[in-house]
Design a binder for this molecule. Sequence first.
Ligand SMILES: Cc1cc2nc3c(=O)[nH]c(=O)nc-3n(C[C@H](O)[C@H](O)[C@H](O)COP(=O)(O)O)c2cc1C
Length: 320
Amino acid sequence: MNGDFRVKPDLTVDIGGIKLKNPVMLASGTAGYGEDISKYCDLNRIGAIIVKGIALNSSNGNPPPRICETPSGMLNAIGLPNVGVGAFINERVPFLRKFDTRVIVNIFGSTVDEYGDVAAAFNGVEGVHGLEANISCPNIKEGGVAFGTDLDATRRVVRRIRKSTNLPLIVKLSPNVTDIAAFAKVCEEEGADAVSLINTLIGMVIDTETWRPKLANITGGLSGPAIRPVAVRMVWQAYKAVTIPIIGMGGITNYQDAVEEMSEPYGREHRRAPREARALDNRLAERERRHTNRRNLDAERVARGVACSDACCRRRIDKH
Ligand SMILES: Cc1cc2nc3c(=O)[nH]c(=O)nc-3n(C[C@H](O)[C@H](O)[C@H](O)COP(=O)(O)O)c2cc1C
């Protein structure tokens, strides 16, 4: 029925075996382990929370300053502070279990074996529905180049994680590569259930008074609206290369951005406007209602083909 707001569209998605009530997720590192953000955003309303990266051992991250604003974005070199896998499972997962949402744990390591060991620690942990492997970390044993920027290292790390876990596995791709499609393909070949992209782009900002970099780490990762067109382009390239679901992220600030990158973790912008994250599922639902009446428009089909995941958009494209 035209414009009938009583009909609730089906926003459920299945991302590599993780069933979400809607495609809205909180991107890793933007919502910690859920405690603080839960005061501003009802976690029961979102499809999933992807928690801050977890490693085998705890760490405090980089020294300050580790965040710096840039035009339309933010540079961060937080350095992956985390409580370590044991403390996370014992002290943080019980809080997350209280919510009717999916919990995806972002994991990282400094060697291939460490990734495998962190992944294995989550087997059988109640309340953890999937893993997202952040492969943008330096490969300490092999010269410090990020795993996710070297095809062979990506292959080996994904293979090792796949062997270690029965949980749905999402591999989070680094955008700091020339051919993102090749990396997505390797992840699919090695058994990843989905890929997510993009992580931050490496950047640098200079303080013009001191002529020194603004971040203690010198370089940092750029996030926010500035990176959205890059993210949309990479999602599209990955989409053409693989058949597994794709989670799009990078600079999403409103539902139109989200539609561009469906499906979408809702990234750093929730800090600016936590209400937006809460309302995003409603807005996507409203858009669905509008567009059920316009399904035969070619433009609509193209738009959906640009930024979509198997779980979310591919299914809809098939309906057209
Ligand atoms: C402060 C901060 C911390 C982050 N921590 C992580 C992390 O622990 N693991 C990870 O895979 N990505 C991490 N990210 C990357 C985000 O999940 C996301 O991929 C990126 O910021 C792009 O999305 P956005 O532009 O919506 O923020 C972090 C980003 C920010 C801004």
